[in-house]
Design a binder for this molecule. Sequence first.
Ligand SMILES: Nc1ncnc2c1ncn2[C@@H]1O[C@H](COP(=O)(O)OP(=O)(O)OP(=O)(O)O)[C@@H](O)[C@H]1O
Length: 307
Amino acid sequence: MSTDRTGESPVISVRDLRMQYGDKTVLDGLAFDIAPGGVTALLGPNGAGKTTTVEILEGFRQPSAGKAEVLGTDPLKGGDAWRARIGMVLQNWNDHGKWKVRETLSWFSDFYRPFTQPWDLDELLDIVGLTEHAGQRVGRLSGGQRRRLDVAAGVVGRPALLFLDEPTTGFDPRAKRDFHDLVHRIADMEGTTVLLTTHDLDEAAKLADRILILAGGNLIADDSPDALARSVSDTSEIRWRENGVLQVHSSDDATAFVRKLLADEHADVRDLEVSRATLEDAYVSLVEAFEAGRADEAVTAFQEVTR
Ligand SMILES: Nc1ncnc2c1ncn2[C@@H]1O[C@H](COP(=O)(O)OP(=O)(O)OP(=O)(O)O)[C@@H](O)[C@H]1O
């Protein structure tokens, strides 16, 4: 197993990973490492292979070829001790709707107990905002409350690695904010490595320090959200009101422009706003460029066949 510059072994290591469903190639030689700690978001269009990748890493799916190591182990060979170091928040899991919330968490906690020191259930219920629903049947929870229970069940064993698959689907804005605080807390205070898949690019930008974009069976981008946004455009848009009139200016050096603007003591500058390209801008532009390139490739291949 390779180590990174800090000498730490990666939590996830993927080499030449391939996945073929019939004659359809979904993963085409995928390779990446994820070092311990931090939040990595795996993004990509529908059908890009994110769930397939995550399910391979969780040990639920056998790749057609290539190598995956999670916490130093081939996921297909991981036993209970390995599984206990991993937390999962899946899109769907079958549960016992008649079980009560605390009882369900306690059941998960008991699985982890021989291997780790699980969270105190009252503390965890409080963190995920389910204290007052502790005695309620799971089948009676709202969608958002149910998702909070999913998150609690995923982290109850204080995992070294947490998979979050579309974790905030159905959350109201406040629940989403609470959830983001929870993920920051888990990543910062517990040192848990988090792999997140989401279509919510605002969420990815808020939570992740590293973004992987999967398209056409391989990574088309691997960088921080900020660096990706800058790769699309260094230009910022500056808006303000002057004597009640809206002004808009584009600049490659927003700081210098704003400094100059505010230095003019005669100017009545109000409602100043500076906005830059977002992760969403970068994502759309990278995926569109990739798809346009593939369209060119398809045209070339077609021309070669028909020549
Ligand atoms: N068991 C399977 N048998 C055949 N094809 C499959 C199977 N599972 C997934 N696929 C196909 O593989 C491709 C990738 O699916 P996957 O669910 O990994 O993508 P995804 O990036 O997670 O998509 P989404 O964003 O829509 O959740 C899709 O075209 C899907 O139809």
